[in-house]
Design a protein around this ligand. Sequence first.
Ligand SMILES: [Zn+2]
Length: 413
Amino acid sequence: MLNIEDSSQVKKRGFFEPKGGGFMRYTTKVLKCRRIGDSYSVELEKCEFYPDGAGGQLGDRGKVGKSNVLEVIRENGRTILKVDKELESNKEYTVEISENRRFDIAQQHTAQHILSRAFENLFNLQTVGFHMGEEISTIDLNTLSIDWSMVEKAEDLSNEIIWKDLTVEIIFEDFENLEKYDLRKISEKIKKLEKVRLVKIGDFDVNACGGFHVESTGQIGLVKVIHFEKVKGKYTRLEYIAGKRILNYIRTLEGRERKLFEITKASKDDLITKVQKLLDNSKDQKKKITYLVEDLKKKVILELENDPIVINDIKVYTYSSTTELIEVLASIFQKKEKSIFLGFDLFKNFVIITCNNDELGANDLIKEILKNFEGKGGGSKKRANVVLQKKLTIEDIEKIVNDILDFIKQQHF
Ligand SMILES: [Zn+2]
């Protein structure tokens, strides 16, 4: 993706040469250091840090002395570093810029040039947006219709180009000579420049760009699109990863897969069948529970109706079972005049209360419970529930019921 703030800056930055890990080091003076909130804003005499977000690219990270660079901000032609520890003004410091990060950025950026050209060559689709993230990067294509078979063709072509190990050249060219090249896009920014920095990938692609790129395409290793979706009503956003990020991605997937094998006790060949079976079983169980609840509900209603606790003309019914049954009972007793129903699920520490009574509210009774037990809940005057933090015991239920009966007794109707 093209973006150049000014070509002299870009020229200084030069072409990225990975040295295999470590840091790029130099010494320079801290001109200013100001505290801003929890961090410090620093200006260096000589600043080689690439700014965050310039050209859609990630910025450099590293150290100035013992201070870690948290952000690299480009402001009015100056580069300001946000660091975590204070630095002394007018003092010389060793500056370290992470080469591993630069290499990762170069892999992602060069991969973008290749993918963008692949979609253009194969399907005549143009790249209209690019964003590099810390974990994944995105390319916006000017289409809404894309499918995985198209994506795979573009991936195949891109990886062929990567494995051909084509040389990536940086060319500084006069603006008037640009017509010699088959550039993918010429932006308004470029039109203002005398010299334009071009990134040429063999005879496959050439485009104006100010960011970091690998020396030859083989250094990218591999590129993979991992997701795509429609955006802004007219574009398709591709999420892609390249280089070592693919290794990290596979490790995450593998970890997830191993966890799935562990939980399901499945093997590689029957994981999907086993998960499907578990889901089907769970559906079956739900159906069985609904059937059992229906069957049981009639018996429980009879039993409860024969033996209510009566206080001040109000009939109180209590029952402990599974949430499925007590919720059904709650719905039935909610309709009975001058009644209160208290339902408990010991496994889920769940209490449901219904109140069919003008003077008392189910939510008030829940508040009574919350005076002695911690939990989260609420509801209306008619129906309320709570999940308690404590593991409920039979004794707890007895206490809750007695407290509520006392509370009802104290009400003067
Ligand atoms: Zn680029």
